[in-house]
Each structure stands twice: as C-alpha cells, then as structure tokens.
Design a protein around this ligand. Sequence first.
Ligand SMILES: [Zn+2]
Length: 285
Amino acid sequence: MQSTRVSFPDGALSGEGEVLLVDQAASIVVVDATPFHPVDHTWPDQPGDSGSITVGDVQLRVAEAVMAAISDEGALAVGSDIPVKRGGEGWTWMVGHRTEGAIPAGIAIGARVTLTVDADHRHALSRGHTACHLASLALDAALADLWRKQIGTDPLGSPDFEGRANQSSRIHADGSVDEYRLGKSLRKAGFDSEGFAATLDQRETRINEILAGWVASAGESRIEVEGPSIIDRRTWRCTLPEGEVGFLCGGTHVRSLAEFASISVSLDLRDPQLLVMTTTAVPAP
Ligand SMILES: [Zn+2]
C-alpha cells in the first residue's frame, strides 16, 4: 500500500479511485486517490471535507475525511490515535473517509468508486482558511511597533507575533478563531503587552483597514505542492499589494481574494493573558 494521492490542492471536488482498505469497526474507507481534504491529526485547524462515495447505485455518506496511517507491522491508526507526526517513518500515510453507518458490501477492496466532496462546505472552509492566514498577517503588521526587541519576521517582514504567540487556530465555514498567549515569555521577548491592551480598539481598526485593502486588491491565491501524495509538503501562496506571501500549509484555499466581499476581525482581551481573534469572511455575491 502507498500514500494516498490527493487532488484537493488543485481545487478538485470529485474524483475516482480504487478501494484499498475497508475497516467496518473504525468506519473507515481508504481509496488510492481522493479529492477529500482530511483534518490533520497534529494541528487540526481545518475540519476535513464531507461528501459521498458511490459505486453503481450504492451511495455512502462521508462524515469527515481524516488522516489514517498503517504501521509497518500492519496496525491501522486513525486521526488523533496516530502516535506520530504526519509523514513519520515506519508508517504509510493515507486519507481515511470516516463514514456514517455500516459500509455496504458494494464498497469493498478493489472496487472502483466515485468520490464527491460537498462543494459548498469546502468553499466555505477554503474562505475561512485564507481569511485566517490574511488576518494573522494583518495582525502582525498592526502590532509591529509594539516590539522593543528584534524578533524573527513573518512572510511580509513584520515581527512574527503569530509565530511567537499563536497557540491554537480553528477554522470553520467563513471564519476562524485564533488564540494567542500573552504571557511572561512574550514580554521577555520584547512585546509591550500593556501598550497593546491600552490600544486594542485602534489595533482592531488597523487590522480591518489592512484586510479591506487586501480584499480590494483581488490578488491570486493558490497551493503549491511538492508531490502528489498526502504527505508531500504544500505551500499556500497569495499575491498582496506588498508582494507575494507564502508559507507551509496543509489546508485548502480560495483561488482569488475576489471571492471575498469582506474579511474582518474582532479582538477580545477579557483575559489579559489570552488574545482571542475572531475572523469573519463574507463571500462575494
Ligand atoms: Zn494554513
């Protein structure tokens, strides 16, 4: 068995493949190639795609695509039960289609099946993921003057607040929620937390101005792949007025910022140690 070939980086929503594995107990079907984007088991920021698998007139609902891995000893592990990071040695990496209900007999090893992703849900998640990345770049830019020491920079050249402080990122349909730890170590690194708290409203306004400019620029957004399998590295690239940005990302994205009517954030610092940034995307009509 080899790693699943994936077509979601090109924006595919349907495809065909041969069933390689059916695990009734785990409700998992593995196909040699799939358009389904799976949730990552180590950094589960973007939910997996939903959709269906069909063969003839047999249709099986896929609740969510997840990562699956088979050890060299033949043990199947699914999602958060996988004990190593994606791509780890000694494992074969696959997209598992987690099904709803019993897997019908027609969907058996060797069967040729058609895979169909729920398009509206995918597109909403792609907008949410692109908006999440743009909001984090705008956040870094809007906080740049709060650093008293030199730290590493993000792809736009701003001090990398995101890289230093982000502790979780959750993408949903047309938006995301990011949490940032504003603790002692960030202050030691030179971040002016008090100055930030005192100017929270202005910072939020500034982020939203930057985002409005980027949406208006209608730049291109795409995913670059180093190979066809689920474990090949993928990079999100986006053209902004300031230049092209790119960073490693396993998720799905819009093709153009023209797909947005707007992207905006709200900042919440009710707990002074924890910044919560909620990002909302509105699709273009
Ligand atoms: Zn990403």
